[in-house]
Design a protein around this ligand. Sequence first.
Ligand SMILES: C[S@@+](CC[C@H](N)C(=O)[O-])C[C@H]1O[C@@H](n2cnc3c(N)ncnc32)[C@H](O)[C@@H]1O
Length: 253
Amino acid sequence: MRLKENDPGAAQYGNFINYYQFHPTEARIKSLPTDVWNVNAGEDMICLDVGSNSGELTQALYEFILSNLHTVDDENKVDSLQNSQCKGSSCYFLGLELDPLLTERAKNSNRYVSSIHYHCLNFMTDDKLTVLKTYLKQHGKQKFDVIFCFSVTMWIHLNYGDEGLIKFLKDLCAWTKVLVIEPQPWKCYRAAARRLWRAKGKTFPELDALTIRHNVETEIEDILEKKCNFSKVLETTSEDWKRKIIFFRRHDS
Ligand SMILES: C[S@@+](CC[C@H](N)C(=O)[O-])C[C@H]1O[C@@H](n2cnc3c(N)ncnc32)[C@H](O)[C@@H]1O
């Protein structure tokens, strides 16, 4: 199939091969706050990027966090980049992606092989348990400091239904202190369904049965607050990037 220049095509799981041609990373990075990336002095910031596609956003997030990383010592004194690096703090990323070809591309274009690691797996399966546990153990942590989940919830929802989305959100929360999530609004669901129908004459298995619809972003916030014990701490608004990026923090962290 030939794609028009402004058409990202259809991909059942959002595994577009040309995603970053249509969604340059800068718009999202520009809308992120710079003053929230704190770790205890001497510790590293350990991050997970779920749905890392070909890795461009993962690398941009890594660069952004590294240059905005601050350490906090026992007396609550905050130190900036150069000093924190002197104290041995750094940032590490694990990128998880369902699509093997995209994962391969992410590995091949990785400019930070000692800090970013990519792994191919479906986050909806139990395969993640060993991978996540091993990665955290290597870094001496029980949980990730931050999990990023950008533009993935719709694909989980369309393929695994309401129950799948709730399980996905609970699973993300079980592994992290902070969740940074960018849910797709309902209009994206309709566009994705139209594209899949046009390209493959198929519909998403769960679309008609969804009861979480229309106000998906608010419903996702409700699930995170009521079912996962997380609180919303921040929400970005941006002219360049029309989707909300929402920060949630675990109640007990
Ligand atoms: C629309 S892309 C977004 C990529 C990237 N997070 C960003 O926002 O720039 C969604 C990505 O999530 C991946 N994905 C979808 N379902 C997944 C799953 N169950 N486990 C892991 N990755 C998944 C897709 O293959 C795709 O690469």
